[in-house]
Design a protein around this ligand. Structure first.
Ligand code: BG6
Ligand code: MG
Length: 222
């Protein structure tokens, strides 16, 4: 069967924004007396802004101390820090192998779809000059977050693709679980042990190793 669509996560797959998320959360958390480190930040990958905030508050033992309104203010504060860091992004920050893979897909007229939990995705793609390369950017607003399959199912639906003939690419465990829950072939980018434990069908240690021929062979698609 023919490959019908490739669905891409953004942070950690197209570019490395995880460090910016980390710095922005840290800047928000310190004034309220919560310390986070890189190891803890791993647990926020693929997780929506509000859910990440809940995890940070729980980490600091402060999950009961804020009203919804105050939490929204904290999340907005974090996003302000994050958006100011994003001004540093340029096309040079696109991960290796990604432009080539998008070229190969375009040549075969296979749609590339962006399925990121980030509400900043359109701005990031535009800073990377990749906005024209995606058929659809799925809006995560109001959707159950990863590991729920919803964003991947919506992405496949947007291009009329059957999930069984789609490939999803993710760096986060929650993301790989979401791809599998959507019934797609899951490509993990990063640490093999962790991503295989979440159900990844194949793992590449870096995007530099991604290429369409390898993906098609692994997914048994044409
Ligand atoms: C995901 C990141 O892609 O987007 C998470 O891995 C982040 O770390 C989430 O929390 C939401 O991003 P944003 O830009 O909407 O705050
Ligand atoms: Mg990611």
């Amino acid at each position: 069967m023919k490959l019908q669509a490739v669905l891409f996560d953004l942070d950690g797959v197209i570019t490395d924004t995880a460090e910016f998320h980390y710095l922005a959360w840290k800047q928000m958390a310190e004034p309220i007396g919560i310390e986070i480190d890189h190891a803890f930040n791993e647990r926020l990958k693929g997780i929506s802004r509000m859910e990440s905030l809940e995890r940070i508050l729980a980490h600091g033992g402060k999950e009961q101390q804020y009203t919804m309104e105050q939490k929204q203010r904290l999340a907005a504060d974090k996003n302000k820090h994050y958006v100011s860091l994003l001004t540093q992004l340029t096309p040079e920050h696109v991960y290796p192998g990604i432009p080539e893979l998008l070229d190969q897909l375009a040549e075969l007229q296979i749609p590339a779809v962006l399925t990121s939990a980030s509400k900043n995705a359109p701005q990031i793609l535009s800073a990377l000059r990749l906005d024209e390369r995606f058929h659809t950017i799925v809006d995560p607003d109001g959707m159950p977050g990863k590991p729920a399959p919803d964003i991947f199912l919506k992405g496949a639906g947007a291009v009329g693709a059957d999930p069984a003939y789609c490939i999803g690419v993710e760096d986060a465990q929650a993301g790989v679980e979401a791809i599998k829950a959507a019934g797609m072939f899951a490509v993990g980018i990063g640490e093999k042990g962790l991503l295989c434990a979440s159900g990844a069908d194949i793992v590449f240690e870096s995007t530099a190793k991604l290429n369409l021929t390898a993906l098609l062979k692994a997914a048994k698609l044409d």
